[in-house]
Ligand binder design. Structure first.
Ligand SMILES: Nc1ncnc2c1ncn2[C@@H]1O[C@H](COP(=O)(O)OP(=O)(O)OP(=O)(O)O)[C@@H](O)[C@H]1O
Length: 606
């Protein structure tokens, strides 16, 4: 049984090519845009009116909704009963007012129960996946497979006629719909690069959830709940109409039941409760539609992270590591030896995608990790960052950062390293910025968290960093939303973010791939300047030998998850040992020469 459909997360911003002249904060506009929708506004007004009338019922009428008087049956409009009386002499106005209470309270019970059960379960299942997700999804599917009305009838038959009990059970039945919607929204946003970026910045899970994940759930959940309100009112009226509501409680469905028996004698008795139900349920639905339009849910698909599965490039015969592997220096900042990454496969086995990779990076060294698409460069970098998906099995004989073992490090320990001592520059700048927060807030949060800076100090440092990475008007960009800046500016912002907590190691995953050629050159120059200025160790993931020639001291070449050659950059260019390296170099040269002249390491230009 599925009364509700899954929805997607709220909008993701589309990049534009320059800073927009006027900043229109997306959230500030929501109320204004909603107010421009007369039907939705009228619907909200109606619902508020019903709520106020229901709350003020004892003040608006002194009549009891359940007190019958056979002598006063079917009294016309006017007099003591302004809207007349029904077949048992009960005051119609009082029944309508108190019936509204029953309807609203019942609908709110459904919403509360559905939210209490579905929301936290959906958040935990979507964010952490794993066993809890499997178990919760199984329970949700089981409940959804049951016919709701049969469950309700069985419970009411067992425990007696009670509107509240019926609504409670209905809330349980509807909770899987909330669970699924929330889970789907969280899974979608959890895969977004800006959530990875927040993790890389070292923010804790609760903080990432509160700031980047939960806001995405709010809009679809509010819209879903407005629909649930309407469905609950109809269901409740239906149960009361067939006589399954509380006998001593006024309700719109009960009024319909009574009026049906007098349909020929007093057809007007059907009109008022019927209208109340129809208008109120329609209003709930129209409010939901209005909110959907205003919040843009479902209008814009989320920015998807790039696919993990890549095309395989040119095939080279011999895959053995070359003898030219650079010796591991003792003052290593990052030391990786025998790194393996494997994923479970559908047949129950495991497929290894990184096969015993080793590399070492010293302070001040720029190390290029090169290879064709799918060769395992990003998997290696993410393994170091501790950002592989939960199903990945990672092992290494050595994995140390500044002497500290990263194998088996706690989540908290890794959070303290990422963002603080290990910075990360991603490949796709736009997807790594949360569209719903200003640049300034995204830059200052890790600084406040890791460095304990005050709001003002973090702002001053962020503006200084924006200036340093070449942003012309740092104060304006600080106050802008991601969709108001260009891709090149977004990458500069992310570089500023990666440097904001003064890391020792920078991991840059193809930092220029998503940028046009002119901007690529500028960003590479910037990375080179900042690296030299701060004596950073850099792991630069790239498939471009031009970038390697331009920036790197040492290079590791990967193919199909293995290191085929590792050497000083100049040596590798001068005398590539492996056939595969030679074919990659040849492919680069066919595409165009390296950006800078390459001389010996001692000599100078890189
Ligand atoms: N979640 C996953 N499950 C199974 N296999 C995966 C997963 N993620 C990546 N892989 C596989 O790991 C291999 C290496 O991928 P990786 O992203 O590291 O390549 P890459 O060298 O960085 O490529 P590119 O230059 O295109 O980014 C690929 O064959 C890919 O299909």
């Amino acid at each position: 049984m599925s009364l509700l459909s899954d929805g997607g997360p709220a909008a993701a911003a589309a990049p534009s090519s320059s800073v927009a002249p006027t900043a229109v904060p997306p959230r500030a506009g929501v109320a204004r845009r909603f107010l421009r929708k007369p039907v939705a506004v009228a619907s909200v007004a109606w619902l508020l009116l019903v709520a106020v009338l229901a709350a003020a019922a004892p003040l608006l009428t002194s009549a009891s909704p359940t007190a019958s008087s056979i002598t006063n049956a079917l009294a016309p409009f006017g007099g003591d009963s302004p809207l007349g009386t029904d077949g048992l002499g009960r005051d119609v106005l009082a029944q309508l007012l108190y019936g509204a209470r029953t309807s609203l309270v019942g609908a709110l019970i459904v919403v509360a129960v559905a939210l209490v059960l579905g929301l936290p379960a959906g958040v935990l299942a979507g964010y952490y996946r794993g066993r809890f997700d499997a178990a919760a999804s199984w329970v949700a599917n089981l409940v959804m497979a049951q016919p709701a009305i049969i469950i309700l009838l069985v419970v009411l038959a067992q425990f007696g006629r009670s509107t509240e009990l019926a609504m409670l059970v209905f809330g349980v039945v509807i909770a899987p719909g909330v669970f699924r919607l929330v889970r789907a929204s969280i899974i979608a946003v959890r895969g977004e690069l800006y959530v990875d970026a927040a993790r890389v910045a070292g923010l804790s899970d609760p903080r990432i959830m509160r700031r980047h994940v939960l806001p995405v759930v709010v809009a679809p959940t509010i819209i879903q709940m407005s629909q649930v309100l309407g469905i609950a009112i109809v269901l409740q009226a239906g149960l009361e109409f067939i006589g399954l509501g509380s006998a001593n409680q006024a309700s719109w469905g009960g009024m319909l039941n009574d009026a049906f028996a007098k349909i020929y004698a007093a057809p007007n008795l059907l009109l008022l409760p019927g209208l109340a139900i129809v208008v109120t349920v329609t209003a709930c639905s129209l409010v939901g539609n209005g909110l959907r339009d205003v919040l843009g849910v479902g209008a814009t698909p989320p920015v998807r992270r790039r696919s993990a599965v890549r095309a395989v490039g040119p095939v080279v015969e011999d895959g053995r590591p070359s003898s030219g592997t650079a010796p591991a220096p003792d003052d290593a900042l990052l030391r990786v030896e025998g790194l393996r990454v494997a994923y479970p496969e559908p047949d129950g086995g495991e497929g290894e995608v990184v096969h015993g990779v080793s590399l070492t990076i010293r302070r001040g060294e720029v190390h290029g990790l090169v290879g064709e698409s799918g060769s395992g460069k990003s998997q290696t970098a993410f393994a170091v960052l501790g950002l592989l998906p939960p199903q990945a099995h990672t092992s290494a004989t050595t994995l140390t950062f500044d002497g500290g073992d990263l194998r088996g490090i706690s989540r908290r320990g890794m959070n303290q390293l990422r963002g603080r001592r290990i910075g990360y520059i991603p490949q796709e700048p736009m997807s790594n910025l949360d569209p719903s927060f200003r640049i300034g807030s995204q830059l200052t949060e890790p600084m406040r968290h890791h460095l304990g800076l005050s709001k003002a100090e973090a702002k001053a440092k962020a503006i200084q960093l924006l200036d340093r990475v070449g942003i012309v008007d740092p104060a304006r960009v600080f106050d802008s939303y991601p969709h108001q800046i260009s891709g090149g500016m977004a990458q500069r912002v992310l570089i500023a973010g990666a440097l904001s907590c003064d890391p020792d190691l920078l991991i840059a995953d193809e930092p220029t791939t998503a940028l046009d050629v002119t901007v690529q050159a500028e960003v590479l120059d910037l990375v080179r300047d900042l690296q030299a200025e701060r004596d950073l160790g850099v792991l630069l993931v790239t498939h471009d030998f031009g970038v390697v020639a331009d920036l790197c001291d040492t290079v590791t070449v990967m193919r199909a998850g293995e290191v085929v050659e590792s050497a000083a950059a100049a040596q590798l260019f001068a005398d590539p040992q492996h056939e595969y390296t030679r074919s990659l170099l040849a492919a680069t040269l066919e595409g165009g020469p390296a950006r800078a002249a390459l001389t010996t390491p001692a000599g100078g230009t890189r």
